[in-house]
Design a protein around this ligand. Structure first.
Ligand SMILES: Nc1nc2c(c(=O)[nH]1)N[C@H]1C(S)=C(S)[C@@H](COP(=O)(O)O)O[C@H]1N2
Ligand SMILES: [Mo]
Length: 371
């Protein structure tokens, strides 16, 4: 047949810059939102305190991390549409000019790093870690590669993008599948994928969260990441000799659980917002941390909390001063009016506003004002 489309090398003439540029806009936005929210989450934790992060509104981290996971998942169908639109070109033999090699190299870096970010993130929200590298380090480092390569790609392609966007989206007559259909399908797929995970953070969307690994199920209606059994704390948590040590320099006090329960109690509605994307609110009550610290004459500064758990990378965490003094920061004894389940941190746990789940330390043994 003669009369091939404008790109004779492409199996479908509907492919090409018209779709690539249009799918690229929401994809680029999703990647940028994902990058910024990911950096925030990283900076809050590594190490806690150097980067100012407010304790209010209490749902702020829930919001930024929910957005991180939703935009990451929504980016997957958009990336597939974009790769579909350009893929015959990806495998075209390069001409060995330095400019073309640089361009092809940056595209290889971009595609590789974005695929790495989206797949490791997706597998992570399913709480599945099949690799030997430490996820947060690799995911953080690769984010800079992806965004750097994206910046180069945008700069190089700007004339092509401008040109493609200026022209109408209509497909050539021989195209088969229309460009509009591909773009609409990509848009719908991105929305469905985003919604399907949004339900694990947005309570009224819980019922559509078909892709969400966490349904909200767990003791007392809140999911569990690490059980008391897995953390090896069951015996020590139930030991009648249990004491919570509160220390500041030479001052030190030990509390039984009953003594903590006899102190003035505060109730706050706060979310657990796991870095893996799920979040769940509950009504916690217990002793305000700043009131407990008054017994050791707290004068400000960061505070470290330590768990009964002996190994485990999340056995302790640091609260920046901002979060120590927040009125909602509690050493919680109950959840939704019931004694904490041992898997939620019995005898007591930390729960503080606008903080990643990994820093909400369970089964507390010791609270220490940093020197
Ligand atoms: N001691 C200890 N505390 C911990 C963890 C842990 O592994 N050990 N996991 C954290 C993580 S990753 C999350 S998301 C929350 C979950 O709290 P929940 O199990 O009560 O929902 O607990 C945090 N507290
Ligand atoms: Mo978590």
């Amino acid at each position: 047949m003669s009369g091939a489309g404008p790109e004779p090398e492409a199996p479908s003439p509907a492919r090409g810059p018209a779709i690539a540029a249009r799918a690229g806009i929401p994809l680029g936005i999703a990647i940028l939102v994902c990058f910024v929210t990911g950096l925030l989450s990283h900076w809050i934790q590594h190490p806690p305190g150097w980067f100012w992060w407010p304790a209010h509104p209490v749902w702020l981290y829930r919001f930024t991390q929910g957005l991180h996971v939703i935009t990451g998942v929504a980016a997957i169908p958009l990336l597939l549409v974009k790769l579909w639109a350009v893929y015959p070109r990806l495998f075209r033999r390069p001409r060995f000019s330095p400019l073309e090699l640089a361009e092809r190299g940056s595209i290889a870096l971009l595609v590789g790093s974005v695929i790495f970010q989206l797949t490791t993130g997706l597998v992570n929200i399913a709480q599945y870690y099949p690799w030997t590298f430490f996820f947060p380090v690799a995911h953080h480092a690769m984010a800079y590669v992806a965004v750097g390569a994206l910046a180069v790609h945008l700069a190089v392609k700007l004339p092509v993008i401008r040109d493609a966007l200026a022209r109408p989206v209509e497909s050539p007559p021989s195209a088969g599948v229309s460009r509009r259909a591909v773009l609409s399908a990509g848009g719908v797929a991105a929305a469905v994928a985003g919604l399907a995970v949004a339900g694990q953070s947005v309570p009224f969307l819980r019922w559509v969260a078909v892709l969400a690994p966490r349904s909200g199920a767990g003791p007392q209606g809140v999911p569990i990441n690490r059980t008391a059994l897995a953390a090896g704390v069951t015996d020590r948590a139930r030991d009648p000799g249990y004491r919570l040590i509160v220390a500041s320099g030479p001052r030190q006090r030990a509390f039984t659980r009953a003594e903590l329960a006899a102190l003035p109690q505060t109730t706050a509605r706060l979310p657990i917002a796991c870095v893996e994307g799920w979040s769940a609110s509950a009504e916690w009550s217990g002793v305000r941390l700043r009131e407990l610290l008054a017994v050791v004459d707290y004068r400000g500064g960061a505070v470290r909390v330590e768990s009964l758990e002996e190994a485990g990378i999340y056995r302790s965490s640091v609260l920046p001063a901002e979060h120590v003094v927040a009125a909602e920061t509690l050493i919680a004894l109950t959840i939704d009016g019931e004694t904490l389940d041992i898997d939620h941190g019995y005898p007591c746990r930390l729960i503080a506003p606008s903080r990643p789940g990994v820093l909400q330390t369970k089964w507390l043994a010791r609270i220490e004002v940093s020197a």
